[in-house]
Design a binder for this molecule. Structure first.
Ligand SMILES: Nc1ncnc2c1ncn2[C@@H]1O[C@H](COP(=O)(O)OP(=O)(O)OP(=O)(O)O)[C@@H](O)[C@H]1O
Ligand SMILES: [Mg+2]
Length: 453
C-alpha cells in the first residue's frame, strides 16, 4: 500500500516560487505556495502543515513567521539561503543552491519526523526515510549522541543504512562544518590501510615518493567514519587503539607524533562481540569503539517502512529522469511488504530502479516482481514475522486478521508435519481435538492458502 497521506508545505519568500514548485511537483507532498507573508499568516489556526519552507525573509517577516509557526502547531521550518532568522527552534537550514532531491527529502523527513516524534525533533534526518518504531529508536539515539563527542559503533546487516545514519550524526553535530572523512577498512589491503589512516613520510616504503597526510589528519576538527571496522587486521587494531586512546599517532616512517581532535564513528555488519569471543577482534578496542551502540534494524523488522521507502525511491527516480512516476498495485505492495529483503534497503532501492526502467506502463504489478518474491509466500514457508505483519495505518478488521494469522500458523504446522494432525498439534502446543475442530471451522484443506479465510 502506498502512503496516501498528504503533507502540506507552505512556500514563502522571494525564492523563485515556480522553480521551487517545479522541484516539489513530482512528489507526493501537497504543496501550498504563498509568495507573500500575509498570505501565510492569514491562514490562521491551521495546524495541518507538515513543514514550512521559507527563504529571503526580511526582519519583520522573520518575527511574523515565528509567531505564525508557534500559533499553528510548531511545524518544522526549512529555511533556504541566508537572511534573518526567525526566533524558532525547530529549524533546518539549507544552502541557496539546494537541489530538488535534497529539498524534497528535507520536507519529507522533517514533516514525517514531526508527529509524536519529539524524541528526534530538530534532528535533521534528511534522506533517511522511515516511521517505524525501529527507525524512531535509532533516530532517538542518533539525536542524543549527535551533540556529544562520544564514539559510536553502528551495527546492522548490509544495506540497512549504517552510512546514512553516520552521516546524519555528523551533520547534526557541532563538527558539521568540519569534514566527515570516510574510510572503508574492508576495501583497502591491510598493508596500505595503515598509511591511508595515518599517512606516511617520503620514502617510508617503496613507491612513497612524497609525504602524504592520512585520513586521521584530514578529519582533524571533524569526524572519521571507519566503515567495515570488523575487517581490520589485528596489527592495525593495536595502532588504532592507541590512536583513539592517546588521540595521537605517527605517520608511517615518521617519529614525530601528530595530535588530532576527531570524533570516531565506526560501522560493521559483523557480530563484533562474537569476533571478540573468537579472538578475531581485540576486546579492548571493541569496548573503546562501542561506547554508544546504534543498531540498525533489518528491513524485515520494520515492514511498515517498505511502502514509504518504495514510494520515496520512485519519487527520486521520477525527479532524476523526468519520467512520469510509476506506482504500485496494492497486491504488488503487499507482496513486497511481506518479502524478507535480505539485502535490506539497498535491495529495495535497486529493485525500484529496475521497475522504473523495465516496467511498461505506470503501474508496477505483482507479475513484475522477481519470481522469488511470490515463491517465498506460496511455498507455505512464509516467514513468521511476515505472517504477523499487519499495516494498521489505514485500519484493519481485528477479528479477521487474528483468524487469518491463526489459519496461517495452522497451515504452516500442517505443511511441516505432512498433514499428520497429531504432529501439527504438537508443534502448535495444542490438543489434537482442538486442532481438528479449528481445521473444520476454518475449512482448511490441503492446498489452502492463509489469505483465503
Ligand atoms: N532509511 C533510509 N531511507 C532512505 N534510503 C536509505 C535508508 N536506509 C538506507 N538507504 C539507502 O540504501 C542504500 C544503502 O545504505 P547504506 O550504504 O547506508 O547501508 P550500509 O548499512 O552502510 O550498507 P553496507 O553494510 O552494505 O555498507 C543507500 O543508497 C542508502 O541511501
Ligand atoms: Mg556501508
Amino acid at each position: 500500500m502506498a502512503d496516501t497521506r498528504m503533507i502540506k508545505v507552505l512556500i514563502k519568500g522571494e525564492l523563485d516560487s515556480s522553480l521551487l514548485m517545479g522541484m516539489l511537483s513530482n512528489c507526493d507532498l501537497k504543496i501550498e505556495s504563498a509568495p507573500e507573508l500575509t498570505a501565510v499568516t492569514e491562514v490562521s489556526g491551521d495546524s495541518g502543515y507538515g513543514a514550512v519552507v521559507a527563504s529571503h525573509l526580511s526582519e519583520s517577516d522573520a518575527s511574523a513567521l515565528s509567531l505564525f509557526l508557534k500559533r499553528c502547531g510548531e511545524p518544522p521550518l526549512i529555511l533556504v539561503g541566508k537572511g534573518p532568522e526567525p526566533d524558532y527552534g525547530n529549524t533546518l537550514h539549507l544552502d541557496d543552491g539546494v537541489g530538488a532531491d535534497e529539498l524534497v527529502d528535507a520536507c519529507r523527513s522533517m514533516a514525517l519526523a514531526a508527529p509524536g516524534a519529539s524524541a528526534a525533533a530538530g534532528f535533521d534526518s534528511r534522506g533517511l526515510i522511515g516511521e517505524s518504531e525501529g527507525i524512531r529508536r535509532v533516530l532517538k539515539v542518533a539525536n542524543k549522541v549527535a551533540t556529544t563527542d562520544s564514539t559510536v559503533l553502528i551495527t546492522g546487516e548490509s544495506g540497512t543504512g549504517k552510512e546514512l545514519i553516520a552521516r546524519a550524526i555528523h551533520r547534526n553535530s557541532p563538527r558539521r562544518n568540519a569534514p566527515l572523512v570516510v574510510i572503508n577498512c574492508g576495501a583497502i589491503p591491510g598493508e596500505l590501510l595503515e598509511s591511508e589512516l595515518f599517512g606516511h613520510e617520503k620514502g617510508a616504503f617503496t613507491g612513497a615518493h612524497r609525504a602524504r597526510p592520512g585520513r586521521f589528519e584530514l578529519a582533524d576538527g571533524g569526524t572519521i567514519f571507519l566503515d567495515e571496522i570488523g575487517d581490520m587486521s589485528p596489527d592495525l587494531q593495536v595502532k588504532l587503539l592507541r590512536a583513539i586512546q592517546e588521540k595521537c599517532f605517527e605517520r608511517v616512517g615518521a617519529t614525530r607524533s601528530i595530535h588530532v581532535d576527531i570524533r570516531i564513528i565506526s560501522a560493521t555488519n559483523k557480530d563484533l562481540a562474537l569476533a571478540v569471543e573468537q579472538k578475531a577482534f581485540r576486546e579492548d578496542l571493541y569496548y573503546r569503539l562501542n561506547v554508544i551502540p546504534v543498531i540498525m534494524p533489518p528491513l524485515r523488522e520494520r515492514r511498515s517502512d517498505i511502502p514509504l521507502l518504495a514510494e520515496h525511491f520512485m519519487d527520486k527516480l521520477a525527479r532524476r529522469t523526468g519520467m512520469e512516476k510509476k506506482s504500485f498495485s496494492p497486491e504488488a505492495m503487499d507482496t513486497m511488504t511481506a518479502y524478507d529483503w535480505p539485502g535490506n534497503v539497498r535491495e529495495l532501492e535497486n529493485l525500484v530502479e529496475r521497475f522504473s526502467v523495465l516496467v511498461d506502463g505506470n503501474i508496477v504489478d505483482v507479475e513484475d516482481l522477481p519470481d522469488h518474491f511470490t515463491a517465498e509466500l506460496s511455498d507455505g514457508g512464509a516467514p513468521q514475522d511476515a505472517a504477523l505483519f499487519c499495516d494498521v495505518r489505514h485500519g484493519v478488521n481485528f477479528q479477521e486478521s487474528v483468524e487469518q494469522h491463526q489459519k496461517s500458523l495452522i497451515l504452516q504446522a500442517l505443511n511441516e508435519s505432512n498433514w499428520v494432525k497429531a504432529k501439527a498439534a504438537e508443534l502448535l502446543s495444542m490438543k489434537r481435538t482442538t486442532l481438528v475442530e479449528k481445521i473444520k471451522k476454518m475449512k482448511i484443506e490441503e492446498g489452502s492458502t492463509s489469505s483465503a479465510v
